[in-house]
Design a protein around this ligand. Structure first.
Ligand SMILES: [Zn+2]
Length: 79
């Protein structure tokens, strides 16, 4: 159930690991993004980020105009 109405894809129910390449740190943030060429406007893909990688991943998505918002990982829907 998408209690917050984020429209984000569910994430795994167990250990959440940062999406940055090579990083195995526990994720603290969910970066919600959308590529208008691939996704319907309401769709939100999710990248997970640790504290160290949050800004870098936001900048990566922001530079492509894909970034929409960042939420606490605890607010994400679990599969
Ligand atoms: Zn990381």
């Amino acid at each position: 159930m998408d209690v917050l109405g984020l429209g984000a894809d569910p994430v795994a129910a167990d250990a959440l690991v940062c999406s940055a390449k090579g990083c195995r740190a526990e994720a603290r943030w969910g970066l919600l993004w959308n590529n208008p060429k691939l996704h319907t406007p309401e769709r939100r893909k999710v990248w997970l980020a640790c504290d160290d990688h949050r800004t870098r991943l936001e900048q990566f998505l922001g530079a492509r105009r894909f970034w929409r918002s960042t939420v606490d990982v605890d607010d994400l829907e679990r599969a």
